[in-house]
Design a protein around this ligand. Structure first.
Ligand code: NAP
Length: 243
């Protein structure tokens, strides 16, 4: 029976695992960044592998035939390491990564590569919603004079690192109406997001457009040289072709 390892942490990974055909022995891996991860419905290991060598050893020891990298578009390190480990071990490998967002009429988006470029776009005195997660918060250290609101999934276990800002706890998805209400209540002037793509988290951008709020968006990191599929359907078709 073919053994597939899915590097998870996205809704696509969960959907893919749920739709895996009979005759596939599927295992999943999570980084362990959220405290109460959802049940993926298959054996799931949690925590880093220990770099390329650790993942290569895992693929070998667990006799994995196919590696599906269904991590988030901004999990660039894991994606690079997965490509390297699969090459080293000669394991079939595919990246399942949704398309980035497409601008609609009325969207006011400014693109940056790194978060330390955000400060040059947003004037002092503004209230800024950070939909970028807690892991990258330190990269906003030069945003002095702006009030930062950083949305996180788990209740924070530390104080907000910058004066005047705070964490906002919430588990996605949020409706457009919820996002509009939140941005209005908090008098948000600007949003900062990653070009994560996907319908589930597009609601904040739709809310920004409705309210006429500008958005600074981080461009996606480059992908390694490997096959890429853009949705679960195409990933299942790719898997079916692996004999
Ligand atoms: P990253 O920077 O690319 O990876 C950091 C390290 O975390 C990797 O070197 C690896 O450790 C470990 N890791 C990452 N994904 C893993 C997985 N699925 N299974 C086992 N170990 C994993 O990744 P990240 O941006 O911190 O994201 C971590 C997880 O959160 C990913 O599963 C991703 O899909 C999910 N996520 C990320 C974002 C985001 O914006 N970055 C958003 C939503 C969900 P070792 O080197 O020790 O193997």
């Amino acid at each position: 029976m073919k053994r597939v390892l899915v590097l998870a942490g996205t809704s696509e990974a969960r959907e893919l695992i749920g739709r895996m055909p009979d005759g596939v022995d599927v295992n999943a891996s999570l980084a362990g960044v959220t405290r109460a991860p959802v049940d993926l419905g298959c054996p799931t290991r949690i925590g880093g592998f220990g770099g390329v060598d650790g993942l290569a050893a895992y693929l070998r020891e667990e006799r994995i035939d196919v590696l599906v990298d269904a991590t988030h578009p901004f999990a660039a390190r894991m994606t690079r390491q997965a490509a390297e480990a699969a090459t080293v071990e000669g394991v079939a490998h595919v990246i399942l990564q949704r398309e980035g967002w497409t601008r609609q009429a009325g969207d006011d988006w400014r693109f940056v590569d790194e978060f330390d470029e955000v400060a040059a776009n947003i004037p002092e005195g503004c209230t800024v919603f950070l939909g970028t997660g807690r892991q990258t918060l330190e990269q906003f250290a030069n945003m002095t004079g702006r009030r930062l609101l950083c949305r996180v999934i788990d209740p924070p276990q530390r104080d907000f690192p910058f004066q005047g800002g705070r964490f906002v706890v919430g588990r996605p998805p949020f409706s457009i109406a919820e996002e509009v209400a939140f941005f209005t209540q908090e008098s948000v002037d600007w949003l900062v997001v990653k070009d994560a793509g996907g319908a589930r988290s597009r609601s904040k951008l739709d809310a920004a457009r409705q309210l006429g709020l500008p958005v600074v968006m981080q461009r996606r990191p480059a992908l390694p040289d490997a096959p890429v599929v853009r949705n679960v359907e195409d990933c299942l078709a790719w898997l079916a072709d692996q004999r």
